[in-house]
Design a binder for this molecule. Structure first.
Ligand code: TXA
Ligand code: MG
Length: 348
């Protein structure tokens, strides 16, 4: 299959959006930018179209998809009931990087929800995404547009790496703003529960609805407590090289990473480092990548997945990364980094 690439870096191209909309209506796949990561879209109400998403990604079929909408009224057709607190959250944070889970209506095929009676819904804050959703009929199922297990795409070139030849169209909207996937909150539990941390953190949610908790499966550092979002149990984002996180006081971390790099090189390995603008000058290593600046944490979230992909395209065999326990997004960033490292953390 020939994959068409449409450039919308400087805004919505109405004609191309109309073509993208008809691809979706005919059961095809279109990758598109959102404010979090690129999504791989299909008509959410068409079971066969959803099935094609799983095939293109190599995704396990028990892992449900998020339905993206562009207008508030659209939600009524796909969910049974919307709790008052969810309406308040939507008022505050939609459109935006927040996904909410409700009991699904009959209109939503089980092929889209991975067999579950619940459905995840999100209204993205990106004009290209919303134009596409409207053109495609109003309901677009979209996981991140990566091959299952690879880092989520934050640029169109990442989508090309994974999806070229497998889908009808990729819309290039430039680099995304946030870089890690939306916060997921489950409203089918007695107490609203965060299943995946993101840009909208627990405090921002509590400020609007009061009581909210975090899924135990997310916090627990072992495999005994299963996370409720099926996708959170898979080993994600794993780079080809071995990845270690080094955590502790600034100075100790730098010294430890320099020591680990020397040891690795002595063993014939090719070491690389994930540092920040502030720290990169302190390292003695040929491959030091700056993820962003600690004074602006969104630069760190935005570049995390891209850096992991860059290392995949290099001959580096072991990566040492600083930890990024930043004030607002620290939990969300570290959730992704720890998964990528397969929980290998060195504390100094
Ligand atoms: O930012 C985002 O949310 C991006 C962009 C494209 O919108 N999408 C995204 O989708 O991250 P995906 O499929 O990569 O991650 C969706 C997560 C998975 O962990 C999945 O298991 C969980 O949401 N999920 C979806 N529906 C669910 C449901 N009904 N119950 C529990 N978890 C659900
Ligand atoms: Mg994903």
């Amino acid at each position: 299959m020939k994959t068409v690439i449409e450039d919308m870096c400087s805004g919505v191209d109405e004609e191309a959006i109309a073509r993208a909309g008809s691809i979706l209506k005919q059961g095809g796949l279109v990758a598109f930018p959102t404010e979090t990561v690129y999504g791989l879209g299909a008509d959410a109400l068409d079971a066969e179209a959803s099935a094609r998403i799983y095939a293109a990604k190599g995704r396990p079929s028990d892992n449900p998809l998020i339905i993206h909408i562009a207008d508030w009224e659209a939600i009524n057709y796909i969910v049974e009931e919307i709790p008052e607190q969810a309406k308040k959250l939507a008022d505050e944070y939609w459109p935006g990087p927040l996904t909410m889970i409700f009991r699904k209506s009959k209109a939503v095929p089980l092929a889209t929800t991975g067999g579950l009676q619940t459905v995840a819904v999100r209204m993205p804050d990106h004009e290209v995404a919303r134009a596409l959703i409207r053109a495609g009929g109003g309901y677009v199922a979209a996981p991140s547009a990566n091959t299952s297990g690879r880092p989520s795409p934050t640029k169109a070139s990442h989508v090309v790496e994974d999806m070229d030849g497998k889908i009808e169209m990729i819309i290039d909207g430039g680099e995304v703003g946030i870089g890690i996937e939306s916060t997921i909150i489950d409203f089918t539990e007695e107490i609203p529960t965060i299943l995946r941390p993101g840009y909208i953190n627990q405090e921002m949610i509590a400020r609007v609805i009061g009581n909210v908790r975090t899924d135990r499966g997310l916090i627990a550092d072992n495999s005994e407590v299963k996370p409720k979002a099926p996708g959170m149990k898979y080993r994600h984002y794993a780079p080809r090289a071995e990845l270690f996180i080094v955590e502790g006081q600034e100075k100790q971390v730098r010294d430890k990473i320099n020591e680990l790099v020397r040891e690795a090189a002595a063993q014939g390995k090719k070491p690389g480092i994930i540092a920040t603008e502030e720290s990169m000058g302190f390292y003695e290593c040929q491959m030091v990548k700056s993820i962003g600046t600690r004074t602006e944490e969104i630069t760190i979230s935005r570049h995390l997945f891209g850096i992991l992909r860059e290392f995949d395209n290099s001959d580096i065999s072991v990566i040492y990364s600083e930890a990024f326990e930043t004030p607002n997004m620290g939990q969300a960033i570290m959730n992704r980094l720890i998964k990528a490292a397969g929980h290998q953390i060195i504390r100094v």
